[in-house]
Design a protein around this ligand. Structure first.
Ligand code: MLT
Ligand code: MN
Length: 312
């Protein structure tokens, strides 16, 4: 099983278009140890030919341009793609907007939960992907699903999805009641366990998660690799940076550090490789020379960059 992290930043990317915080400035200036990153997505393939995307980010055109495996093969038909399916882990803009760039009447399959499928259904712009050409399939939780292309041929990639503590998408929040509780444990956000024929162990992809609880710890035991929500280092980081009023928790994202953070919460779980993805442009770990980056590495974690590839 090959897995490529094609986008390692959170919504907005790094640097974000309108962000003038020190980290975005450093990335724009090309400072050593501060690498730009595109928005949240990975690709997986069991045979090196048929690829499945997990999330379709607004940067998908750039991500395909940077990833030869996702481009039409030289001897392929005039219109073609090795992308056979797209799995959506929630309905956030950074995870679904890239679907609009995959128009042009090209067959592939979309897999998502009932909530995410309902969001696609409710927004007619997604009809640029004609369901007769791009079937939308319900991804049932807690079941092994052999992912298939639009025509029903197996890709070789198998997933098991499960709800994780999260939040409904920002644009679905009720604006009249901004202080209401928009958290959701009911499948608005999911994690996926990815395996395939011949793969050595499972890769878990969980780009959004609000809490590490006992159920998640048990599920992750013995994972070959975990790609986990690395949005913020501290819960109040965006407030401290002066760029916003929201905590990580309010956005449905657990912090890396602290007693309730992901590093502590997963410290005693046996996991092969643990890698942070979905990194927000305020997270100090984006600077490889920061104390926070060193702390994360010392705790056994890696910080994903775009193009990172692994084989299982
Ligand atoms: C998130 O991960 O919290 C969302 O991507 C935020 C957003 O929609 O910009
Ligand atoms: Mn996001």
């Amino acid at each position: 099983m090959r897995v490529k992290i094609i986008g390692s930043a959170a919504g907005g990317g790094f640097p974000q278009w309108n962000c003038n915080y020190r980290l975005s400035r450093a990335a724009r200036a090309g400072m050593a140890g501060v690498q730009s990153r595109t928005q949240s997505s990975i690709a997986a393939s069991a045979n090196g030919v048929d690829w499945v995307l997990f999330n379709a980010s607004p940067d998908i055109r750039q991500q395909i341009a940077q990833t030869p495996e996702l481009q039409p093969a030289a001897d392929a038909p005039l219109r073609s793609t090795p992308i056979r399916a797209v799995v959506l882990t929630n309905a956030d803009v950074d995870h679904i907007a890239g679907l609009l760039s995959l128009r042009e009447r090209q067959p592939f399959a979309i897999y998502a939960t009932a909530q995410v499928l309902a969001t696609l259904e409710a927004n007619s712009i997604f009809n640029v992907l004609d369901p007769a050409i791009v079937p939308r399939r319900l991804l049932a939780a807690e079941e092994q699903v052999a992912l298939c292309d639009a025509h029903g041929h197996e890709t070789g990639v198998v997933v098991e999805s499960f709800p994780v503590p999260g939040k409904i998408a920002l644009y679905l929040e009720d604006r009249a009641h901004p202080d209401a509780d928009f958290s959701s444990d009911a499948g608005d956000t999911i994690g996926v366990r990815i395996t395939g024929a011949g793969s050595r162990g499972a890769v878990f992809y969980i780009p959004g998660c609000a809490r590490v609880d006992a159920a998640l710890r048990a599920r992750l035991a013995d994972a070959a690799c975990l790609l986990f929500d690395g949005t913020v280092y501290t819960d109040d980081e965006m407030i401290g940076a002066g760029v916003g009023q929201k905590t990580g928790a309010r956005m449905g994202h657990i912090a890396m550090s602290g007693e309730a953070g992901s590093i502590a919460g997963l410290a005693d779980v046996k996991i092969g490789r643990r890698i942070f993805v979905h990194i927000n442009n305020t997270n100090p770990v984006l600077d490889e020379n920061s104390a926070e980056h060193a702390a994360v590495k010392a705790a056994g974690w890696e910080v994903a960059g775009d193009g990172m590839e692994m084989e299982f």
